[in-house]
Design a binder for this molecule. Sequence first.
Ligand code: FAD
Ligand code: 2HG
Ligand code: ZN
Length: 474
Amino acid sequence: MTATDTLLPALRAALGPAGLVTDPDQIGSYLTDWRGAWSGAAAAVVRPGSTAEVAAVLRLCRDAGVAVVPQGGNTGLCGGAVPDASGRQVVLSLGRMRRVRELDPANQTITVEAGAVLQSVQEAAAAAGRLFPLSLGSEGSATIGGTLATNAGGTAVLRYGTMRDLVLGLEVVLPDGRVWHGLRGLRKDNTGYDLKHLFVGAEGTLGVITAAVLKLFPAVRSRATAWVALPGPAAAVELIEVVRALAGDRLTGFEVMSRQSVAFVLAHAAGVRDPFPAPHPWYALVELSDTLPGAGLAEVLETALGEAFDRDLARDAVIGSGSAQVASLWALREGISEAQNAEGPSLKHDVTVPVSRIPEFVERTDRALAAALPGIRVVAYGHVGDGNLHYNLSKPVGSADAAFRARADELARVVYDSTAAFAGSISAEHGIGQAKRDLLADYEDPLELELMRGVKALLDPAGLMNPGKVLPAG
Ligand code: FAD
Ligand code: 2HG
Ligand code: ZN
């Protein structure tokens, strides 16, 4: 008799038939990530419908000594929500906990359950004339719990910050089944350590987030978007300053893409076209927004672009007119992740370096990679306003997938050593999960790692919350 032989009937009794999935035909989508980059096995998938049920699951699993893997929309890019191969772990999906518990317009807050899909929270805020600003390509599937657990970023961080900046309070079930009722909607609360920030970015290794109080903002009533051709990444960094000096806080997004990235979208995505007659080495997508209708943002962009042309920071530019054109410009940016998959394995490196050092970082890392593997295609793009590049790699044209995958660790070292040399981070916004777990031992400060292990031991002494993720073994 194994631990799971007694656990499964207990889970069934606690959750009812809607709360437990063991049928091999239904369980598959919970066991592999959206790209198929990681897969595992599980004793069961549980789908609790309330915080009390999450607490019951964690108590039962703790008593049985069985590990739990929290899962939201399963859109994570580091394998954090995928169980290991043992078949002994339990996947805890928050998919049935999607309610908006409260929207308080005067307090500018919304209280939602962790399984609520990001887009549905944006829509609930919009219906109340408010904005919930987190914006990701995966927002139709990613959940509030997952975006908190990974401290997700996306395309509006420049103006509104990451999930850590957007959360005021949390409800969390601890690994022993106790519930921390930290759902405070306070903007000032200096009562000792700010515990919610331990769970933000912990990737489910410290407890299960079941609900959150999130900040709302006034609805945006005017927007202007430009697609700009650049001579190189140095021009991008200067262009940010030109736009920011004129637009201030109205600068909401500043995305930058290499030609290789855009070429993949043009080759593989439906219904997109290059806005310019000739290719350019790099591009920026600049977005301004304001709460005032008719705020004259297109004029602000025109002035900024005029200065950019005078200083040879821009080679061509188009300001989107009408929502269809703006959407088509964003499609050129948002389509990169998927388009790259059509070119074989995508080796992802989500890094940050200080914004001012991006041009030098790109130049040196491109050179080092070309020396390591001639013909390698660097697909560099991202939230350059935040110093965040998705410095992804595709195989040389005509080479074999397997040969390229076999070089993945070595090529990652080239990128991460370069990142470290520029005082950067090996994970800007996607997290560590299982993808970068072992790298932490090499790139994280040993004292920081020791403190993280101390926090883990305090909250999860039995090591049953998402083991094998984030913290390196040992
Ligand atoms: P999952 O993938 O289910 O889980 C992610 C991690 O959080 C896992 O470790 C899991 O165990 C843990 N977790 C999930 N729910 C809970 C919970 N309730 N309590 C505790 N732990 C939990 N990310 C960005 O930051 N910026 C982007 O711009 C961006 N764009 C993307 C575009 C595409 C096309 C795709 C596929 C992904 C993108 N991502 C981006 C990555 C991904 O969408 C985010 O990491 C997102 O936050 C994951 O949310 P999820 O609900 O899918 O979490
Ligand atoms: C983005 O900014 C996402 O598009 C995904 O963070 C990046 O797929 C990637 O590497
Ligand atoms: Zn990103």
